[in-house]
Ligand binder design. Structure first.
Ligand code: AMP
Ligand code: MG
Length: 211
């Protein structure tokens, strides 16, 4: 038992990440591109947010956001127009990661679902022609934590938060607000006894395709 009331975790930090991407209501935009890149460094003992990375990203294949996308995410055209394209933002993220995480620290990315690091990041890196950072090849899916504690697989994050009695911070589908809400879900699940573990990773063959 940790002195904060939950089990001892096998990590020093959780990196809570939640991409937003170009989208349309009834059709799948192809290629889909990241437009918001937020990540919170959460202390795995105290659950305090110790550092925040947050940049918007300018899409290059479909530079004009749909009104559906703006309504869903709250991200407006001027914001992405003024932002850097993905390779520059990823380079900033790698620098933040190197500065924030000592080489011997144990950190795990946490996402709500598998899409962010299994699908979106490899696709975006391939599209942008940049190597996928090796430290972004594995993650924990927070839905597993919820299923372990509650005995049922959760659906939408907004519905889950209602069921947990957690007030939704900010706006659902804003990447940075989603991160803050995911961090609160993680904290609650851990205090209720969950032990965080890696649930997904990219195979070595997909690494070759992704540089
Ligand atoms: P989320 O993390 O749930 O906010 O979603 C990540 C991305 O998935 C969004 O930025 C959209 O590109 C896409 N997405 C989420 N919900 C929808 C939806 N209802 N219709 C179309 N795309 C969506
Ligand atoms: Mg989101």
């Amino acid at each position: 038992m940790d002195k904060n009331g939950g089990p001892v975790q096998n990590y020093d930090f959780f990196l809570v990440l939640d991409f937003e991407a170009t989208c349309e209501s009834s059709v799948r935009i192809s290629p889909q591109e990241v437009i918001e890149f937020p990540c919170l460094k959460v202390n795995a003992k105290t659950f305090k947010i110790e550092s925040e990375f947050h940049h918007y990203v300018r899409p290059v294949h479909h530079p004009t956001l749909t009104s559906f996308c703006t309504e869903l995410t709250g991200i407006i055209q001027e914001t992405v127009d003024e932002s850097e394209p993905f390779p520059a933002v990823l380079a900033r993220f790698e620098a933040w990661h190197a500065a924030e995480l000592p080489a011997d620290s144990r950190a795990l990315f946490l996402t709500y679902g598998d899409w962010d690091l299994k699908t979106m990041l490899p696709n975006q890196c391939r599209l942008s022609g940049v190597p996928l950072p090796p430290f972004m090849r594995s993650w924990g899916n927070v839905k597993h934590l919820c299923a372990d504690v509650r005995g049922s697989w959760p659906r939408g994050m907004d519905r889950l938060m209602k069921e947990l009695g957690l007030p939704l911070i900010g706006r659902h589908h804003s990447g940075i607000d989603d991160c803050r809400n995911i961090a609160r879900i993680v904290e609650l699940m851990c205090r209720r006894g969950a032990v965080v573990s890696e649930t997904g990773s990219l195979g070595s063959e997909s690494g070759a395709r992704n540089h």
